[in-house]
Design a binder for this molecule. Structure first.
Ligand code: GDP
Length: 301
């Protein structure tokens, strides 16, 4: 139901247009597929993925001899599910069962990093884990205070230095604290100024080196936070970050704020990185584990 609420905007445009299309055409033909392509592109599914999807649909309709658009609709849902599903294990966070888990959270400013860190921390704490936060976004004015607000809200300690200090040294201190306090999960917020890509990527590398040196095998997750409302831009950011560091999962925020939830499909299809978490609102419990079935249910029902 969270998914259903969060996807209201996307459902209103994508699913309703799809329904209209199905009613208007009745028979499956080239024009129908052309219009379907348009609906998909306008929902931010992304050109490559749209081509893949429509090719699959054409094959299916031919091989199963489907002539009615009404019947094809079921196949559309089936093919979308196939594109999204893959292995459901993939969407689980990689939590180290015997000791400290370190989660590094990266992404450009405004994507929802700090909020996602706060929500995730609250969720893990609710699951009974001892959580610690590292305020390694020392660059954006107010980022440290913002994380502290989440810390106060969730009752979780935040390791922080002054604004402008070296983020790797914040992370070093946080690693020491995590080890000495027997923390289960350390989540590190990081800066996301994309104006200076080279420096940003170097900074992330340095942070990662510190983490790995202090805890071999860590970071266990590098979560890239992407803003769903930025559409195809989110996809190019994903490609950029993937080039620079090993991203293990995507947290796609603000799905509630977009009518173009098709971006989930584009990311799943074009990136070899699973969407693990989705943000469906601004509140603490609005961060959900991505679930392909719930997503499709939210779109079509
Ligand atoms: P950062 O610069 O990447 O750390 O971004 P912030 O965490 O400060 O988030 C930027 C804005 O997006 C804030 O106003 C958040 O409340 C908002 N936000 C983050 N995630 C979501 C979400 O899933 N849904 C909605 N509607 N807003 C979100």
């Amino acid at each position: 139901d969270k998914f259903k609420d969060g996807l209201t905007k996307t459902r209103k445009t994508f699913a309703e247009r799809m329904n209209q299309l199905v009613k208007r055409y009745r028979k499956v033909d080239e024009d129908f597929f052309d219009e379907l392509e348009e609906v998909l592109i306008e929902s931010d599914v992304g050109m490559n993925t749209v081509m893949d999807l429509v090719d699959r649909l054409k094959d299916e309709s031919r091989s199963r001899n489907i002539k009615d658009t009404d019947k094809l609709k079921d196949v559309i849902v089936e093919v979308l599910a196939e594109f999204l599903a893959r292995d459901n294990e993939e969407t689980k966070l990689n939590i180290n069962p015997n000791g400290l888990t370190v989660i590094l959270v990266v992404g450009v400013n405004g994507a929802g990093k700090t909020t996602t860190v706060g929500k995730l921390a609250g969720r893990l704490k609710d699951e009974g884990k001892h959580v610690l936060l590292a305020a390694a976004d020392t660059f954006r004015a107010g980022a440290i205070e913002q994380l502290q607000v989440w810390g106060d809200r969730t009752g979780i300690d935040v390791i922080k230095h002054q604004e402008g200090s070296d983020p790797a040294s914040v992370v070093y201190d946080a690693m020491q604290a995590a080890k000495s306090r027997n923390v289960d999960v350390l989540i590190c917020d990081t800066a996301g100024r994309l104006q200076n890509k080279v420096n940003l990527m170097k900074e992330l590398e340095k942070i990662k080196r510190v983490i790995t040196r202090e805890c071999p095998g860590a970071p266990h997750e590098v979560l890239l936070v992407l803003d769903a409302t930025t559409g195809q831009n989110a996809l190019s950011q994903a490609k950029l970050f993937r080039q620079a560091s090993e991203v293990t999962g995507i947290a796609l925020t603000k799905l509630d704020g977009t009518a173009k939830g098709g971006i989930v499909l584009a990311i799943r299809n074009e990136m070899d990185i699973p969407v693990k978490l989705v943000g469906l609102g601004e509140q603490l419990n609005d961060l959900q584990t991505f679930d392909a079935d719930a997503f499709l249910y939210g779109l079509f029902s």
